[in-house]
Design a protein. Structure first.
Length: 469
């Protein structure tokens, strides 16, 4: 974002005019702030993993062509609408992306899938103009990997936002508005019914985002300054899947809406605390972990941000890789570890969707963490982040639980193939259960099924002895 000058607080008095959106969101004209703490929305322990894909719905305009290697400021971008899908289906915009899963994974293996989209809406005008501009942001269209069209609508509970309207415009008699939002909806059945290794391309479009160049400096409530931000809009598809050929994993997915707006000439941090006891790592051995984060608003040109994750042994540690370096992780990239999801699209205007290897960060026996984003702004330019999704996948080890069953007759003699048992004799069963690994075995159930036609259990005859060795 870029700003002109700070203003006195007398301009920050909100107008208390209540109105109703078309999709039934009641707000106050002036300032809108609907952040959301991150909560766990999905948890599963299975042989499988998580994956993500996504796309912007605009690019930097270079003589009516997309400049996918744009190296300027986002707040100076001249946006060109992206049309990866047919304009007869997507009247506004569309972006397509490949969902890359292991070759042996098919639609029936999809456990969970959700679509997220973010957009920045701005312009000049009054409260009515603002209402018209944001109308329909809860609706998008998706074409699945088999080419079937789906009209999708987010529930009110799945829409988060920050914005303002009827604010002064720098050296202009008009008023202006800005609105940053995230919406989402479940698409599990859509992905299950369409995906396979040969059919893996999804298109999402008609996302509400302003497509004209951001040229007006509009008074920002939080920053107390006249600011222009630039343009962005895009989507992410997050998937959890099962795969018997891979290791056992503890999968936990979280969503919310938190944003970082550093003051001009200063430094600020955003800390996202995940719920306690919401995942786990193995108590012993090597921790293998991946983390996905979806956010919007990044300024790639400004290398003054830091992404960190909390380790219960070492405190906050830097999360980075080759494509997301330690001083510029939030940088308009869509990546998996050290690979671009689409190698031809390097600058994804304002959209970040990255999968990191966090094995060297999380500790043995860790059950929660926090994500920390820190940004430093210059006197007239700053980075920003609107974080909407975090997913964590940890390898876990299966305890090697084994058992030995021995049977004895009335004389405490072990029964073998030559032992003769008479009808009515009492048989003693000794079951030794042993954990042959260092990993703790919790909540173990032992079930013995008797054939009631041949044997019956003698009530209250079970004795449990704990043998340390």
């Amino acid at each position: 974002m870029n700003y002109r000058e700070k203003i006195k607080s007398k301009y920050l008095i909100p107008l208390l005019i209540i109105f109703l959106f078309q999709f039934q969101i009641k707000l106050f004209a002036g300032d809108y702030d609907n952040e959301a703490d991150f909560t766990r929305i999905y948890s599963k322990t299975t042989n499988g993993d998580i994956a993500a894909t996504g796309s912007p719905i605009m690019c930097a305009n270079d003589n009516n062509k997309c400049d996918w290697n744009y190296n300027g400021y986002l707040f100076d971008i001249d946006p060109l609408t992206l049309h990866d899908g047919s304009t007869s289906i997507f009247s506004k915009n569309s972006g397509g992306a490949i969902l890359k899963l292991p070759a042996d994974v098919n639609g029936s293996d999809i456990l969970w899938a959700k679509l997220y989209w973010q957009g920045h809406i701005f312009g000049l005008g009054n409260n009515d103009d603002f209402n018209n501009a944001i109308s329909g942001l809860e609706n998008v269209k998706m074409v699945d990997s088999l080419g079937k069209e789906h009209n999708l609508t987010a529930k009110y509970s799945d829409i988060f936002y920050y914005g303002y309207d009827e604010k002064n415009v720098y050296k202009n008699e008009q008023k202006g508005y800005r609105y940053f939002y995230q919406a989402s909806t479940d698409v599990t059945n859509i992905v299950k019914d369409s995906y396979d290794f040969q059919h893996n391309y999804f298109i999402v479009g008609n996302i509400n985002a302003t497509m004209i160049k951001d040229t007006h400096y509009i008074l920002d409530t939080k920053l107390n300054a006249y600011v222009k931000w630039g343009n962005w809009g895009g989507w992410s598809l997050i998937v959890a899947y099962k795969d018997p050929s891979t290791s056992l994993k503890n999968i936990n997915l979280y969503e919310g809406f938190k944003f970082l707006l550093p003051p001009f000439g200063g430094t600020a941090s955003l800390i996202i605390d995940l719920p306690p006891n919401s995942f786990y790592t193995p108590n012993y051995g090597t921790v293998k972990s991946k983390t996905i984060m979806f956010s919007a608003g990044a300024e790639k040109k400004i290398a003054a941000d830091k992404l960190e994750m909390f380790s219960q042994n070492s405190g906050y540690l830097t999360v980075s890789n080759t494509l997301n370096p330690a001083d510029n992780q939030i940088n308009d990239s869509i990546t998996y570890l050290d690979t671009e999801i689409n190698a031809t699209r390097i600058f994804n205007a304002g959209i970040d969707l990255d999968t990191y290897d966090t094995s060297n960060i999380l500790s043995n026996g860790q059950t929660t963490t926090s994500i920390k984003v820190t940004m430093t702004a210059s006197a007239n330019a700053a980075d920003q982040a609107f974080v909407g999704f975090i997913g964590i996948s940890n390898d876990i080890y299966q305890p090697k639980v084994c058992y030995i069953e021995q049977l004895y007759d009335n004389n405490s003699t072990e029964i073998n193939s030559t032992t003769k048992i008479k009808v009515g004799d009492t048989i003693q069963a000794k079951l030794t259960i042993r954990n042959d690994d260092n990993e703790t075995a919790d909540d173990v159930s032992i079930v013995r099924i008797f054939d009631n036609n041949e044997t019956s259990y003698e009530s209250n005859s079970t004795i449990v002895n704990n043998i340390d060795n």
